[in-house]
Design a protein around this ligand. Structure first.
Ligand code: HAS
Ligand code: CU
Length: 541
């Protein structure tokens, strides 16, 4: 049974995540309305950029980090059957991150940090924003340390045994986050913080963007790993099937973590500060990091196929119809995978050096990441919340029908929002602009798409409200019915007593990452110290 500390830590962290999420959804709808140029009274670049910066920070950093921490405490304690190591420290991490979030929110909401979630210099925000963001990250490092300590302790207590897959994935994500955030931490400590406090007058934009690129790709897999964890450890059981291969899942997590780090230059293809050879190297790595997703798609669909066939599905596709579509976790997985086909396809286009020139800095890019992050990834956050909220609160899930409606509307809304976004990008609409109206024929042709996006946003906003309503009604349900189920982890089709040590530990992979990072980022960073660079002056406001 789940203990009170875990219950509070998981609920506390996830509640912050979902409150941030709903606030950001309202901002998102305002942004599509404002940006369309169809409502003159809303026209305000100042408000727009304050809003879009807050929206991005809330979704990309606050929703994700708090969700991942809450879910991590839950998986660590249930998969290992162990209490949380040092709960006092866990709460200290939580409060540090929360205080950081509040500090960053002050300049964001007052228009003093309208630098978008990527905060690329030379646009400068108020120093409170950078300080707050730093604290948010420092708090999350505490979570990483707790996950790694629990993983190592369990291994010591259970020599020769295989670490449960859920904990293996969580610990790899913690390790990934430590490596990932190191890039932006270096950028903050050595470049941005001194510059924003006025200790330095100039900033090396090329070096700052290089260090941010170190973080920018792996961070997206930090967000994604909880979704894949659910695919592997919850979905097969929920569908009435088995985990197709425990070993393949471990390989997928390892490749995902190891190869997500040395490839960030695919965000810099169009930048001048890195040479094309380095970009090419990072491109090769980017294609390698797509393979664990293909492996995940294959094994998760295989688990679903087994489920469908066990339920009597026949023929090539007959098993799809016999899947338990009314199970929220299974439905979310199917919808998530459908969005992954197109979101991932877009990713491959982005990653292809030459084709990147076609879509870089256009509306295609937010189309890509809304589909694959807000779609594929966040729909699994919903499914996880629906699955564990009853376990954490001991209250049965409020209305399965509404839950299914919520998942469908999220999928439909996200498809309506992101398809026009992709098309607009191909039509040449830039990203990061506050209005699309230039009074010419080209921008007139954009209008029907803008209208569709406003509608998609409305569907999403309703769906997001419904999500929170369901969690709220579950937790504060007045009924006396007690939900006493424990979490059920999937069993492997061929359970193996032991796996090779490299599929059961982090040490070797840490070393591999260190070598790959030295190769892919060593010289590209060093070069800034070997040549004369011409810094841009800060133009803060
Ligand atoms: Fe990305 C930009 C490349 C995945 C997020 N990405 C972004 C940005 C974000 C983001 C936030 O190379 C914007 C950053 C900014 O603000 O500047 N991305 C990729 C590639 C992948 C990828 C190659 N991205 C993600 C994920 C994200 C995310 C995951 C968040 C969670 N991305 C890029 C590039 C850029 C970029 C460039 C820079 C663009 C620019 O120029 O600025 C890959 O990981 C994708 C691999 C996925 C696949 C899909 C396989 C499909 C499967 C589904 C099978 C399902 C079936 C259905 C058949 C290859 C496995 C079954 C149905 C049943 C009924 C059962
Ligand atoms: Cu990337």
């Amino acid at each position: 049974m789940i203990d009170n500390t875990v219950r509070k830590l998981a609920l506390g962290n996830m509640s912050v995540a979902f409150i941030a999420f709903i606030l950001a959804c309202f901002m998102g709808e305002y942004q599509v309305l404002e940006r369309s140029g169809l409502f003159e009274s809303l026209d305000s670049p100042t408000v727009y950029f304050a809003s879009v910066s807050t929206h991005g920070v809330l979704m990309a950093y606050v929703l994700t980090t708090f969700f991942i921490m809450g879910f991590g405490y839950f998986t660590a304690s249930t998969a290992l059957n162990k209490p949380i190591w040092n709960p006092g420290l866990a709460w200290a991490g939580f409060w540090t991150s929360l205080i950081g979030t509040v500090l960053a929110a002050i300049p964001l909401l007052t228009g003093k940090a309208s630098v978008l979630y990527t905060f690329y210099p030379p646009i400068q925000a108020h120093h409170l924003f950078y300080l707050g963001a730093t604290l948010l990250v420092v708090g999350s490092w505490v979570w990483c340390a707790i996950m790694i300590v629990m993983f190592l302790q369990w291994k010591q207590e259970n020599p020769g045994k295989t670490v449960p897959l859920a904990m293996f994935a969580t610990t790899f994500n913690a390790m990934l986050w430590l490596w990932t955030s190191a890039g932006v931490a270096l950028e903050s400590v050595f470049l941005i913080l001194p510059w924003s406090f006025g200790l330095t007058d100039t900033i090396d934009v090329g070096l700052a963007r290089t260090l941010f690129a170190w973080t920018l790709h792996p961070i997206v897999y930090f967000w994604l790993i909880p979704a894949y964890t659910a695919f592997y450890v919850f979905v097969p059981k929920q569908a009435g099937s088995y985990l197709f291969s425990d070993e393949a899942a471990r390989v997928a997590f390892i490749v995902l973590v190891v190869f997500s780090l040395p490839i960030g230059f695919h965000h810099l293809y169009m930048d001048p500060e890195q040479a094309k050879g380095w970009k090419l190297l990072h491109m090769v790595g980017t294609f390698i990091v797509s393979t664990p997703t293909l492996l995940t798609g294959f094994t998760v669909i295989a688990a679903l196929e087994i489920a469908g066939r066990l339920k009597g599905g026949k023929g090539l596709f007959g098993w799809i119809g016999t899947l338990p579509w009314t199970n929220p976790m299974v439905l979310a997985t199917i919808l998530s995978l459908l969005m992954l086909i197109f979101g991932g396809f877009g990713g491959i286009i982005n990653a292809s050096y030459a084709m990147n020139a076609m879509i870089h800095n256009t509306a295609w890019v937010p189309g890509h990441f809304h589909l694959i992050f807000a779609g594929t990834t966040v729909i699994m956050y919903f499914a996880i919340a629906y699955y564990i909220w009853p376990i954490l609160t001991k209250k049965p899930l409020f209305s399965k029908k509404l839950t299914l409606l919520q998942l469908w509307t999220w999928f439909i809304g996200m498809s309506i929002l992101t398809t026009p976004w992709h098309v607009l990008g191909l039509l040449g609409q830039p990203r990061r602009i506050s209005t699309v109206v230039y009074n010419n024929l080209l921008t007139l042709s954009w209008q029907p798409y803008e209208l569709a996006m406003i509608f998609g946003g409305l569907v999403l906003l309703s769906s997001a409200c419904l999500f929170l309503y369901i969690l709220f009604k579950t937790q504060f349900n007045a009924s006396t019915e007690v939900y006493e189920h424990a979490v059920e982890y999937a069993e492997a089709l061929h359970p193996s007593e032991s796996v090779p040590e490299y599929l059961n530990d982090i040490k070797l992979w840490n070393k591999v990452i260190a070598v790959l990072m030295a190769i892919s980022f060593g010289y590209p960073i060093l070069q800034f110290f070997l040549m004369n660079t011409y810094d841009s002056s800060a133009w803060g406001y």
